[in-house]
Every structure is written in structure tokens, then in C-alpha cells.
Design a protein around this ligand. Structure first.
Ligand SMILES: *[C@@H]1O[C@H](CO)[C@@H](O)[C@H](O)[C@H]1NC(C)=O
Ligand SMILES: *[C@@H]1O[C@H](CO)[C@@H](O)[C@H](O)[C@H]1NC(C)=O
Ligand SMILES: *[C@@H]1O[C@H](CO)[C@@H](O)[C@H](O)[C@H]1NC(C)=O
Ligand SMILES: *[C@@H]1O[C@H](CO)[C@@H](O)[C@H](O)[C@H]1NC(C)=O
Ligand SMILES: *[C@@H]1O[C@H](CO)[C@@H](O)[C@H](O)[C@H]1NC(C)=O
Ligand SMILES: *[C@@H]1O[C@H](CO)[C@@H](O)[C@H](O)[C@H]1NC(C)=O
Ligand SMILES: *[C@@H]1O[C@H](CO)[C@@H](O)[C@H](O)[C@H]1NC(C)=O
Ligand SMILES: *[C@@H]1O[C@H](CO)[C@@H](O)[C@H](O)[C@H]1NC(C)=O
Ligand SMILES: *[C@@H]1O[C@H](CO)[C@@H](O)[C@H](O)[C@H]1NC(C)=O
Ligand SMILES: *[C@@H]1O[C@H](CO)[C@@H](O)[C@H](O)[C@H]1NC(C)=O
Ligand SMILES: *[C@@H]1O[C@H](CO)[C@@H](O)[C@H](O)[C@H]1NC(C)=O
Ligand SMILES: *[C@@H]1O[C@H](CO)[C@@H](O)[C@H](O)[C@H]1NC(C)=O
Length: 533
């Protein structure tokens, strides 16, 4: 290996010597081309020539595979093939025993074998720094090679490569706009100065996913207490999520996974589920809500107490009894509860209570209630049950139900009230003594004197019959009669006066006539006396 290295460097040393030695007036050696760039493994023809005025020996010194192509006077063309690396072949010539040489510079170029972007985290929190790292394997010439880090099509950083392989890095602050953006790395072999071109090789892209998961815990709303057999609503929400549609939410009661209905709104997530409390889960349970976004999660738990508290059992020994019968009112609750039974005599409170009741008419439709209270998880709970008692009694017709004396003004409007009490409710009618005419009970009536009389009100139910007398008095003033009397009196008086006047007048006329007659007779008597024959 060491010997090979020396052999390989020998032409270089010779060339150096040649370059240092040539003096004026000497024959020169030329090489064409003196500089060349060729793809790796490519071939190239090199023309070595000498300016010697005589016949010179011209040759090419190179470790590369060479083939004589053609030659002329003082020149020779070789083809170098399979050029795998940069090389400096040396042309030499011997002119009049004097040797001179000249070196050529061959540069090999090749595309990188591999451009690789280091894998990105699948989720990157917004606001954190992310370092992109790119490695370019192979490729030459390195001083024409650069690596470009790309965010989509946008150039983040472009760096010259040196060394092999080299890592190129760029750091960026991740933002929301980086979500689902493809990042990649591209190598650029720029041989445009060599008249070749710009050769690009791009790495496989990586899609970045960014997220915002606030450090606040989700808001969990639970019933706290839940009665077995009932359903409670559980709500869990969290705000400020990005991208909200990628967020997941899990709700669980103990190890029972709930199936929530999830609503996405703007940047918030809300899960709503119904929890059915089963009897087997009685006791303290943990309700957990977890919001998962990216590779992180926020979790909150709350205690839910599942309890059983059946209604107290309130019983009446009989729901329907006759007046004067004893009824046992009994209430029993869940052991551990305390009952308060309405109507029970005061006493120490326990989980059951009872008392005896002598049912009276007033107890009809009486509602008994049993109120049970129980302390669960520091909270007082209560349940109430009621029962209605029906007492059979009556019929009854008291003074308050049906007044005995009714006194009204004639022509007024009155409601005739008479209501019999009893259970079952009795039938009632009031008929007048004598003619049996019925009183229009309960109706608004015009009072006439025809209503007057004594009525027998009779109330009848399956439990018996009862009667009550009612007197109806109608007050009226008889001013019509007086008018008639006055009129009649007036007529009589007027008639009497008229007749008297007539009679008097007639009498006077008769008297006057009689006087005239008398005068006539007297004058005739005088006439006969005066005229004798
Ligand atoms: C080689 O170079 C010499 C001197 O420049 C020239 O005369 C000759 O034609 C060249 N040969 C070829 C094949 O180009
Ligand atoms: C060869 O080179 C030497 C000096 O470098 C010179 O003295 C000598 O004359 C040269 N010979 C011929 C034949 O040109
Ligand atoms: C989430 O991913 C980031 C980046 O890959 C990492 O630094 C972090 O430790 C991860 N967090 C969890 C909880 O896995
Ligand atoms: C990102 O790359 C993937 C896979 O190569 C491709 O399917 C997707 O369309 C690219 N997205 C964008 C925005 O270019
Ligand atoms: C690199 O790019 C060149 C042309 O731009 C192409 O011919 C070559 O195959 C590429 N290399 C790889 C490894 O993709
Ligand atoms: C949605 O969010 C944007 C920005 O966060 C806010 O401006 C807008 O008022 C929100 N809309 C609703 C309906 O909350
Ligand atoms: C119930 O009360 C009625 C009237 O007060 C009385 O006559 C009856 O004897 C009582 N019955 C019982 C069982 O005490
Ligand atoms: C009430 O009665 C029902 C049926 O008899 C029974 O199943 C229930 O356990 C009772 N409730 C209480 C609190 O005793
Ligand atoms: C009984 O419970 C109900 C709710 O179930 C509550 O509204 C009420 O205030 C409670 N009453 C008492 C006396 O505790
Ligand atoms: C009705 O009133 C009369 C006197 O106005 C009285 O004598 C009678 O006792 C009363 N009857 C009733 C049932 O009150
Ligand atoms: C009045 O009531 C009694 C008992 O209900 C009944 O026998 C009678 O026929 C009723 N009289 C009238 C006229 O309805
Ligand atoms: C009261 O009036 C209604 C109709 O207005 C009638 O049907 C009913 O029989 C009346 N009641 C009595 C007690 O007269």
C-alpha cells in the first residue's frame, strides 16, 4: 500500500520538478485539455504534445487505464477510461535529452447516492423548536455540492457540503401553519460554471403534524351522586385544541368505557355521555375523562357515588274504611334512612314509623305522607311517598251545609244553596210539604212569593238517609192593592160628588119650573077676571 502510494505520487513529483526546471529557450510540453470535468467512470482523450523542433518522445504518465488513440509528430492522443476519481495525469516529452512535463487536472463528478432527511417526530407541539437534519451520502465534487432543507417548496436553509457524509441541520420554531406540511432535503450539484448544469436529488418527504394541547385539565361535569337504575349525564370538555378534529376523548366509569357523543366546535371539544348506574356498581366509582392529542394527553378523574335509596313504603291497613274504624298507617324505609310520617305522634325518628288512626269524616281524602331522608356522601337525600285515605260517612245535612231559614226579598236573585256531605256523595232534593214542588237548588233564581213554604230536604246515599226542614220566607210589600183601593176610593168619591151635583141641579130646575107654572096660572086667573063678557 505504501509503495503503491509512492508510485502514484511519483508523476506528481516529476511534474512538479518539470514545472520548476524549465528554462528559457527550451522545448515545452503541452497537454490538452489541461483541465477537465467528467462523470465518474467516464472516459476522456488527452493530447500530449511537445514544441521540440526535433523529434521528441512524448508520453503520458497516469495510473488510469490509458489507450493510445492516435499519434503524430511530437504529439500523442490517449484515451483514459473508467475515470473513477480525480486525477492529475502528466504529459512529458524528451527533447534533445532534455525532459519536460506538464500536468492536467481531471475532476470527476457524480450525483449523491442518497439524500436523507432524518425522520421527524410524528407530532410536534406548536411553539417548540424542531431540528431538521439532512445527510447527503456521496456526490462529487463536494465544493460544488450543497444541501437545501425545504418546507414544502420554501427553502429553509442552503449549505455548502464539505466532508463525507455531512450532516446539514436547520432549526425552526414550529407553528400551526406547519401542520401537515411536507419537509424534505435536496442536494444540488451545481456544475453550471463547467457548462454542465444543476443536478438535484431530493430526499423522501416527511409530513409534520403539529398540535396544541393546553396544559389546563379538561372540564368534567358529573352528577356526583347517582342512584342505581337511573341515568346521569356526564360532560367533559376542553378548549383551545389544535387541530381539534384530531383530538380524541375518552370517558370511562371505573373500567366501563362510555360511549360519548362528541361535538367539535371551533377549537373546543365536548363529549357528552349518559351513565347508567347499575346495582352492581354501588359505591364509589372513578369517572375519568382523557383528551388525547398528538403524543400527549390530559386526564381528569372525579368520584361518583352510586347509591340505592328506594322510596319508603307507606301503607294504610285499609285504603277505604267506614267512619270510626281504626286504620294503621305504616311507613318503612331503607335501613339507614330516617322517616317522618305525617300525623304520627312525635317521638324518636327511625327507619320506620306507624300509628293508629280512628278514621273520622274529616279524614276522608286525607293524604298521608312519609318522608324519608338519607345521607349519602355528605349530602342529604330525600324521598316521599303519599297515600290517600277514603272514609265512608254520611249523609250529613248541617246548618252550614244547608241553612234552615231562608228569608229573601221578592224579585231578588238568589242562589239556593243546600249541599249534603258524605262519602259516597249523597243525592239531594228538597220538596215542599204539601204539593211536593222541588226547590231549584244550586241555581240562580228570581225569587217569587210562590217559593214560600216549608221544604223537606232529603239526602240519600248508600250509607243512609237524612232529612232537614227548610223554611223559605219571601218578603214583599203590597202597594198594588193600595193603589187599587185609592183608585176605587177616588172613583167612589168622585162618583158621589157628581151624582150629588146632578141631583142638586135637577132639583133647582124643577123648583124654577114649578114657580113659572104657578105664575102662569096666576096671570091667567087675572086675565079672566079682567075680561068679563
Ligand atoms: C494534438 O496536438 C497538436 C499540437 O497542438 C496538434 O497539432 C494535433 O493536431 C493534435 N491532435 C489531435 C488529434 O487533435
Ligand atoms: C539541456 O538542458 C541544459 C540545462 O537545463 C542545457 O545546458 C543543455 O544545453 C540542454 N541540452 C540541449 C541539447 O539543449
Ligand atoms: C412527544 O413527542 C415529543 C417529540 O417527539 C417528545 O419529545 C416527547 O417526549 C413526547 N411526549 C410523550 C408524552 O410521549
Ligand atoms: C406530502 O407528501 C405526501 C407523501 O409523499 C403526499 O401524499 C402529500 O400530497 C404531500 N403533501 C403536500 C401538501 O405536498
Ligand atoms: C440524482 O439526480 C440525477 C439527475 O438529476 C439522476 O439521474 C439520479 O438518478 C439521481 N440519483 C438518485 C439516487 O436518485
Ligand atoms: C372561533 O375561534 C376564533 C379564533 O379562535 C374566534 O375568533 C371565534 O370567535 C370563535 N367562534 C366561536 C363561535 O366561538
Ligand atoms: C272512634 O271514635 C268514635 C267517635 O269519637 C267513637 O265512637 C269510637 O268508639 C272510636 N272507635 C275506636 C275503635 O276507638
Ligand atoms: C317496598 O315494598 C316493595 C314490594 O313489597 C319491596 O320490594 C321494597 O323493598 C320495599 N321497600 C322498602 C324500602 O322496604
Ligand atoms: C328533597 O330532595 C329534593 C330533590 O330531590 C330537593 O329539591 C328538596 O329540597 C329536598 N327536600 C328536603 C326537605 O330536603
Ligand atoms: C226559623 O225562624 C223562626 C223565626 O223566624 C224560628 O222560630 C225557627 O225556629 C227558625 N227555624 C230554624 C230551623 O232555624
Ligand atoms: C227526591 O229524592 C229522593 C231520594 O233520592 C227520591 O226518592 C225522589 O224521587 C226524589 N224526588 C224527585 C221529585 O226527584
Ligand atoms: C238548574 O238549571 C239547569 C239549567 O239551567 C237545569 O238543567 C237544572 O235542572 C236546574 N237545577 C235545578 C235543581 O232546578
Amino acid at each position: 500500500m505504501a509503495l503503491g502510494g509512492v508510485l502514484r505520487t511519483l508523476p506528481v513529483l516529476l511534474a512538479l520538478l518539470g514545472a520548476l526546471l524549465p528554462g528559457p529557450g527550451e522545448a515545452q510540453t503541452f497537454v490538452s485539455p489541461s483541465k477537465a470535468m467528467l462523470p465518474r467512470g467516464g472516459s476522456l482523450q488527452i493530447n500530449c504534445s511537445s514544441s521540440c523542433d526535433q523529434k521528441a518522445t512524448v508520453g503520458l504518465e497516469t495510473p488510469l487505464t490509458k489507450r493510445l488513440v492516435t499519434r503524430g509528430d511530437n504529439w500523442i492522443v490517449y484515451e483514459l477510461s473508467n475515470v473513477g476519481r480525480d486525477s492529475k495525469p502528466i504529459c512529458f516529452s524528451n527533447c534533445n535529452n532534455n525532459q519536460s512535463s506538464v500536468g492536467a487536472s481531471l475532476t470527476v463528478y457524480w450525483y449523491p447516492d442518497k439524500v436523507e432527511l432524518a425522520p421527524l417526530p410524528s407530532w410536534q407541539p406548536v411553539g417548540e423548536k424542531l431540528t431538521l437534519s439532512c445527510q447527503v451520502f456521496g456526490g462529487a465534487p463536494r465544493n460544488h455540492l450543497s444541501a437545501v432543507l425545504l418546507r414544502g417548496d420554501e427553502v429553509l436553509s442552503s449549505q455548502q457540503m464539505d466532508g463525507e457524509p455531512t450532516k446539514v441541520t436547520a432549526t425552526l420554531l414550529v407553528g400551526r401553519s406547519d401542520h401537515r406540511v411536507n419537509f424534505s432535503c435536496r442536494s444540488e450539484l451545481d456544475l453550471r460554471t463547467q457548462g454542465l448544469g444543476l443536478f438535484k436529488n431530493t430526499s423522501a418527504p416527511y409530513q409534520l403534524q403539529t398540535f396544541v394541547l393546553p396544559s389546563t385539565l379538561p372540564k368534567l361535569v358529573t352528577p356526583g351522586l347517582l342512584e342505581t337504575g337511573t341515568e346521569g349525564t356526564v360532560e367533559c370538555s376542553l378548549d383551545g385544541l389544535f387541530p381539534v378534529l384530531e383530538a380524541q376523548i375518552h370517558l370511562a366509569l371505573g373500567d366501563q368505557r362510555l360511549n360519548p357523543k362528541i361535538t367539535y366546535k371551533n377549537e373546543s371539544l365536548l363529549a357528552k355521555a349518559f351513565v347508567k348506574a347499575n346495582a352492581e356498581e354501588k359505591g364509589s366509582q372513578q369517572l375519568t375523562c382523557a383528551v388525547i392529542l398528538g403524543n400527549q394527553s390530559r386526564q381528569i378523574s372525579q368520584r361518583v357515588t352510586i347509591y340505592s335509596f328506594p322510596e319508603p313504603n307507606l301503607t294504610l291497613s285499609k285504603a277505604e274504611v267506614s267512619e270510626g274504624t281504626e286504620v294503621l298507617v305504616h311507613c318503612k324505609a331503607h335501613p339507614g334512612a330516617v322517616v317522618m310520617l305525617s300525623g304520627a305522634p312525635a317521638g324518636p325518628l327511625g327507619w320506620w314509623a306507624q300509628f293508629l288512626l280512628n278514621a273520622s269524616a274529616e279524614d276522608n281524602r286525607r293524604i298521608f305522607s312519609c318522608h324519608a331522608t338519607m345521607k349519602v356522601d355528605g349530602q342529604m337525600l330525600n324521598k316521599t311517598q303519599t297515600q290517600e285515605l277514603h272514609v265512608l260517612y254520611g249523609p250529613r245535612l248541617d246548618k252550614t251545609d244547608c241553612p234552615g231559614n231562608w228569608t229573601w226579598e221578592e224579585g231578588s236573585q238568589q242562589t239556593l244553596r243546600c249541599q249534603a256531605q258524605g262519602n259516597p256523595s249523597p243525592q239531594l232534593n228538597c220538596s215542599r210539604k204539601g204539593d211536593g214542588i222541588l226547590l231549584p237548588i244550586g241555581n240562580l233564581s228570581y225569587i217569587t212569593r210562590n217559593l214560600m213554604g216549608t221544604y223537606i230536604c232529603r239526602a240519600v246515599s248508600t250509607r243512609g238517609e237524612i232529612t232537614r226542614e227548610v223554611f223559605i220566607k219571601v218578603l214583599y210589600s203590597d202597594h198594588q192593592t193600595s193603589v187599587v183601593i185609592i183608585l176605587v176610593t177616588a172613583i167612589i168619591v168622585l162618583g158621589t160628588v157628581g151624582i150629588t151635583a146632578y141631583l142638586y141641579n135637577r132639583q133647582r130646575k124643577i123648583k124654577k119650573y114649578k114657580l113659572q107654572e104657578a105664575q102662569k096660572v096666576a096671570s091667567m086667573k087675572l086675565n079672566t077676571q079682567a075680561t068679563p063678557p
